[in-house]
Design a protein. Structure first.
Length: 178
């Protein structure tokens, strides 16, 4: 890799490693695994940087790569039998970090626990749409699916979250006009 490309990659990695780590944590619920996922993502990005640097959306590419790394990790045999206990072993210094909300006893702790209990694709849709504030089209691009799939997965994920959090999901959602 040329020196200029190497420097641009380093700048990109410095600027986006923390947001990618937060997204990875929201997906997997484990800071150590989130660090591994970001590291794997950056390794893959480095290998393809000569192509990525020419695009106008390297963050989208990074987000998609992170999602794929997480989904691949979930498919590994040793992950199927392993479940996290939900305890965070490290202290985090201030900021709008999900772990701060959990440590402070904020109501968002319930949300993070609920995210850990829904299906991976549904969790990914909720993280992209509501935590990353992506549009339906951007989420579809990141997930590699259609916009209709994102919309239906979002609806199903919200219903699953209501069930997991102990709120009733309406049986006739969207039929108020009938």
């Amino acid at each position: 890799m040329r020196k200029a490309d190497e420097e641009r990659f380093r700048e990109f990695a410095r600027a986006h490693a923390q947001p990618l780590r937060r997204s990875a944590y929201l997906l997997c619920g484990d800071w150590h695994l989130a660090d591994d996922l970001v590291q794997n993502t950056l390794i893959k990005l480095h290998g393809a940087w000569h192509r990525i640097a020419r695009t106008d959306r390297p963050v989208s590419y990074a987000r998609r790569t992170l999602l794929r790394c997480w989904l691949d990790e979930r498919r590994r045999p040793w992950r199927r039998a392993e479940r996290g206990d939900g305890a965070v072993p490290e202290e985090v210094e201030g900021g709008p970090d999900p772990v701060v909300a959990v440590a402070a006893g904020d109501l968002r702790a319930e949300l993070f626990a609920g995210l850990a209990r829904i299906a991976p694709r549904q969790r990914a849709v909720l993280v992209l749409r509501f935590f990353e504030s992506l549009s339906v089209a951007e989420a579809a691009d990141a997930l590699g699916c259609s916009e209709g799939t994102v919309k239906s997965q979002t609806a199903r994920a919200l219903a699953a979250m209501k069930t997991v959090l102990g709120h009733e999901a309406p049986a006739s959602a969207g039929r108020e006009l009938e």
